[in-house]
Design a protein around this ligand. Structure first.
Ligand code: NAP
Ligand code: GCO
Length: 267
């Protein structure tokens, strides 16, 4: 086989959760351009309708589903509908996620549980729904969208870091438990990416200056910039394709070098 064909996703069916916009939308777009049929979900009908129009504007006939990934019955029904309408799911990207930035001592147990439910329990639920079919067909790709917070902590993101750290280990465990079925489970670890989720960290200040956190991230990133969702497209296609068939249980960080860098000395 031409080695570059290994990067093709032709005739594959991909489910990208939470792909109404942001990172998930970019990953789904990349998969469509690599030849895959796209299914995505979110909770909001408004987000779904807007997303379908945006996919269509890019020439992508995506199938969209209203489904809360924390609800197992909804997930099972969505997977059944996708497999009926598009065929067996070859690629799952557990992308849907939220963050709450609250000091731990002020965060309620309910708030902590909500973040963990979406960011960690849901990837378990959705992976559990697609694994049997992948096992039967003895092939499949599961990609979990991890985070810098799978490796590092910071103030106010205790629930998110706990969930994303757990997601790193869930990734390794799925790889360990199902590798023998030719199923590869890896993580993609975006650095700081300019999406609605991080918009509060980039708000221009009343005096017109950049947000202090924005300036902090620039100083901590060798690439000296925020990532864009588009920066994740190539790595995500690699992890979904045959080109990564012997890569399993790894977290591929797409972070502009943050994890390798102590940070620029303040002037
Ligand atoms: P985003 O812009 O906030 O988008 C999140 C998406 O998930 C939306 O489509 C949202 O749609 C959906 N969603 C949230 N909860 C859901 C649920 N319970 N069921 C179904 N869909 C749900 O986030 P993003 O920045 O693109 O991040 C996507 C993923 O990358 C997340 O897992 C995030 O933790 C991770 N990540 C982000 C960054 C970054 O810097 N942006 C870096 C590292 C990792 P609805 O609200 O309509 O449901
Ligand atoms: C934050 C940010 C980060 C990013 C991402 C970094 O508040 O620190 O939201 O958590 O979302 O996870 O990889």
């Amino acid at each position: 086989m031409d080695s570059m064909k290994k990067f093709s996703l032709e005739n594959k069916v991909a489910l990208v959760t939470g792909a109404a916009y942001g990172i998930g939308f970019a990953i789904a777009e990349a998969y469509a351009k690599a030849g895959a049929k796209i299914a995505f979900n979110c909770r909001s009908q408004e987000h779904l309708d807007t997303a379908l129009a945006n996919y269509k504007a890019k020439g992508i006939q995506a199938k969209g589903y209203i489904c809360d990934v924390t609800e197992e019955d909804q997930v099972k029904a969505m997977v059944a509908d996708i497999e009926k309408e598009l065929g067996p799911i070859d690629i799952l990207v557990n992308n849907a996620g939220i963050i709450k930035r609250i000091p731990m001592t002020e965060m309620t147990v309910q708030e902590f549980r909500q973040v963990v439910d979406i960011d960690l329990n849901a990837p378990f639920i959705v992976s559990k729904a697609v694994l049997p079919g992948m096992m039967e067909r003895r092939q499949g790709k599961i990609i979990n969208v991890c985070s810098m917070m799978s490796e590092l902590g910071r103030e106010t993101v205790s629930a998110y870091a706990a969930a994303k750290g757990g997601l790193k280990m869930l990734t390794r465990n799925i790889a360990s438990e199902y590798g023998e079925y030719n199923i590869q489970c890896n993580g993609i670890g975006p650095g700081y990416i300019a999406t609605p989720q991080t918009a509060p960290l980039r708000e221009i200040q009343p005096d017109g200056s950049r947000h202090p956190f924005d300036q902090f991230i620039i100083s901590k990133t060798p690439a000296a910039r925020w990532g864009e969702p588009e920066d994740l497209m190539g790595p995500a296609v690699f992890l979904a394709s045959e080109a990564s068939d012997f890569v399993n249980g790894q977290i591929l960080y797409v972070d502009g070098g943050i994890l390798a860098y102590i940070g620029k000395q303040p002037k």
